[in-house]
Write a protein that binds this ligand. Structure first.
Ligand code: KG4
Ligand code: ZN
Length: 349
């Protein structure tokens, strides 16, 4: 048995997890900083880094004790080292290096987005690969062709705002709290998803790239008018806001589902996996699942606790990297961009 300690500090969640053989999650402790950032309407990098410093020791201790695990039982330490807020990443990376050195355990640097891509597979009895992976988070919207946990090809990505970023910005326009995704989902439940026809930006019939900045602007104009006169939001009733939230969510889900099906058609695979914070959205989960069912495709969404940021997915992918021979040195760095960044085709090795 191989036991991995995972550490995640790329954004506003401090997390540590102990996972056996990449699939048995013995503990997954997440300390969320949402309350610290809410009054600013988004994540403040400096506050995030400081909170990681304050929380990380206790979170790692709790992950070990919840797993009834001693440092000696750990075979390797996996840590998110890209992409993310560099100040925040550095706290996890420095802690992981320190533990690696003091415990004399190997170190593995893990790409956060590739870990999200693996998150739906963590506790499946048989691996879903090859699959198309739709990964939708606060900073990324990506389509991948995944043939194995560490064999992954970028098919398409956002050219501007990420899906989660669009949820967060539209929530701000509608006067809803941060993080915007859960708030829009909650408020939209009582709204009519057909009330407002927001654009479905496809960027061409064959494109697997995404663009969500246009829909954000469309919501802004819808609320405030083209002259962006102030007081637009005050004129909207609670019912109007619910309709806008539901209609916005439906437009985003439509684009995500259509592009995922296009990726399936282009690659010829017969399975789809869904991960990332926006994968917690029940409209997206349900509509992608029913589309896959209609087309007889296998569908696996990450469990809710593995959608938003968590260290279980870091330890799980870290296991496969470790098993494949990856060993990082103590000069491992933190990077703001990931293995795949920006548009399809640009790859940093
Ligand atoms: O993966 P994640 O926790 O962090 C990043 O790696 O970015 O994703 C956070 C994003 C935020 O933009 C948040 O608004 C969105 O996921 N999110 C949701 C929901 N829950 C979280 N978006 C839509 N519906 C949700 N239920
Ligand atoms: Zn994430």
């Amino acid at each position: 048995m191989t036991t991995i300690l995972g550490i995640e500090t790329s954004c506003d969640e401090t997390s540590a997890s102990v996972v056996d053989d990449g699939c048995t999650v013995r503990s997954n402790i997440v300390a969320s900083q949402i309350d610290l950032h809410r009054k600013y309407g988004g994540v403040v990098p400096e506050i995030a880094a400081r909170a990681h410093i304050e929380n990380l020791d206790a979170v790692v201790d709790e992950a070990l004790s919840a797993a009834r695990c001693k440092p000696d039982d750990i075979d390797a330490i996996a840590v998110t080292n890209r992409p993310g807020l560099v100040g925040a990443l550095l706290i996890g990376v420095t802690a992981a290096k320190t533990l690696s050195w003091t415990w004399d355990k190997p170190l593995v640097g893990v790409d956060h987005i590739l870990a999200h891509a693996h998150s739906a597979a963590i506790d499946l009895d048989s691996p879903p690969w090859p699959a198309v992976g739709l990964i939708v988070s606060g900073g990324h919207t990506s389509l991948f062709r995944i043939t194995a946990p560490t064999e992954i090809e970028l098919l398409g990505a956002t050219t501007d705002d990420a899906a989660g970023e669009a949820f967060d910005k539209v929530a701000a326009i509608l006067g809803l709290p941060y993080p915007g995704g859960p708030a829009i989902e909650r408020v939209g439940k009582s709204g009519n998803a057909r009330a407002v026809s927001f654009p479905r930006t496809m960027l061409g019939a064959e494109s697997l790239d995404f663009s969500f900045s246009g829909i954000k602007t469309a919501v802004l104009y819808h609320v405030h008018g083209h002259g962006q006169t102030s007081g637009g939001l005050e004129k909207q009733t609670e019912g109007d806001v619910a309709d806008i939230a539901a209609s916005f969510q439906q437009a985003v889900v439509d684009v995500l589902v259509r592009k995922t099906m296009l990726a399936v058609a282009k690659t010829g695979v017969s399975a789809v996996v869904l991960g990332g914070g926006v994968a917690a959205n029940s409209a997206l989960r349900e509509q992608l699942e029913s589309t896959c069912r209609d087309r007889r495709l296998d569908f696996h969404a990450a469990r809710m606790s593995y959608c938003t940021d968590n260290a279980a997915m870091i330890a799980a992918l870290g296991y496969h990297m470790f098993a494949g021979g990856t060993r990082d040195r103590l000069d491992l760095e933190a990077y703001p961009t990931g293995t795949f960044h920006a548009r399809a085709g640009r790859v940093r090795k």
